[in-house]
Design a binder for this molecule. Structure first.
Ligand code: MTE
Length: 299
């Protein structure tokens, strides 16, 4: 818990810099509007604001509650999220079951405004509340030879109706390399705006890794395992050619069935248009984690 990332991301920082500069140029030179039509200024203004509570909580992916975007909101209300505990095991000095309330009491909760970019090419800007995953891992005392972190979602088909169907191999699992997990941008989210996390967004606690595609952000976590083996991940098991372990946001590496070069902001309104997707979703500070790696083979 020594080294903390300062939360200096503002609503301006979540905007790719070139768009922000373009907007200022547009405003300064007014005449460009005639050439570029009215939409760029509108779209870029929207880009500075987080999505609304309504947008963030009613357009979701949470296949345990159905595959439609509105299914999680409709079906997740029945999930019991209290009491809740997380098992932390594997290569740690203090393996055990940690009660969610005890974890919360020990963590520094702060707001992080992050972009979330999904493979289906939509994105949102979300004001999460949460704490750094590194601080949670530190509680359990990671052993120095741990290389990866594996995560598992709750398996409870009575409350998660999607688990009664073989849409995915349940329970949902994900993984990160240890340095990705310990990076100060990686958080466990426990809230949205100033409220506890709604069930459809992964209550009571879900991962958020802002430079990776949304599917890495596993919801309603019940187990964290430190290991020296690269963990299995649900979407990689379901479609290995389409979903790799790394899943870094990368406009230069297309999904086999669609381009990943652009995205559309959810709730952009009438003037919504596609914006360029940024490498690492614009979070350049993580680039050093992948130095020397071929990001086309490690997709
Ligand atoms: N976690 C679980 N357990 N089950 C899921 O189906 N969907 C993932 C991820 N986490 C998913 C999950 C995908 S594909 C995305 S895009 C994000 O959750 C969506 O998060 P949001 O609904 O909070 O926007």
């Amino acid at each position: 818990m020594a080294r903390r990332w300062t939360n200096d991301l503002t609503r301006h920082d979540v905007t790719p810099e070139h768009l922000y500069l373009n907007r200022r140029t547009l405003l300064a030179t007014g005449g460009v509007l005639a050439a570029g039509a009215a939409w760029p200024a509108q779209a870029q203004t929207d880009e500075l604001e987080p999505n609304s509570w309504e947008e963030i909580t009613s357009y979701n992916n949470f296949y345990e509650f159905g595959t439609g975007k509105t299914d999680p909101k409709e079906n997740a209300g029945q999930l019991t999220t209290s009491p809740w505990s997380i098992e932390i095991n594997g290569m740690v000095d203090k393996p055990g079951t940690y009660a969610f309330d005890d974890i919360l009491a020990q963590m520094d909760i702060e707001e992080r405004i992050y972009r979330l970019r999904c493979v289906e090419a939509w994105s949102m800007v979300i004001p999460w509340r949460g704490f750094e995953l590194a601080d949670l891992i530190a509680l359990a005392g990671p052993k120095p030879d741990a290389e990866f972190v594996a995560f598992q979602t709750l398996l409870r088909s009575e409350e998660m109706p999607g688990q009664n169907y073989p849409i995915l191999d349940w329970p949902y699992v994900e993984g990160l390399r240890m340095d990705e997990a310990m990076h100060p941008l990686t958080i466990m989210a426990t809230g949205l705006y100033d409220k506890p996390l709604p069930n459809q967004n992964g209550a009571p606690m879900r991962l958020v890794v802002p430079w990776k595609y949304g599917f890495k952000s596993i919801k309603s976590i019940v187990r964290i395992t430190l290991t020296d083996q690269m963990p299995e991940t649900t979407w990689n098991k379901s479609g290995p050619e389409e979903y790799g372990f790394y899943a870094n946001v990368n406009p230069n590496v297309d999904h086999p069935r669609w381009s990943q070069a652009t995205e559309r902001r959810v709730g952009g309104g009438l003037f919504s248009r596609r914006i360029d997707t940024q490498l690492f979703n614009g979070y350049d500070e993580v680039a050093s984690l992948y130095e020397g790696m071929d990001l086309e083979t490690n997709y």
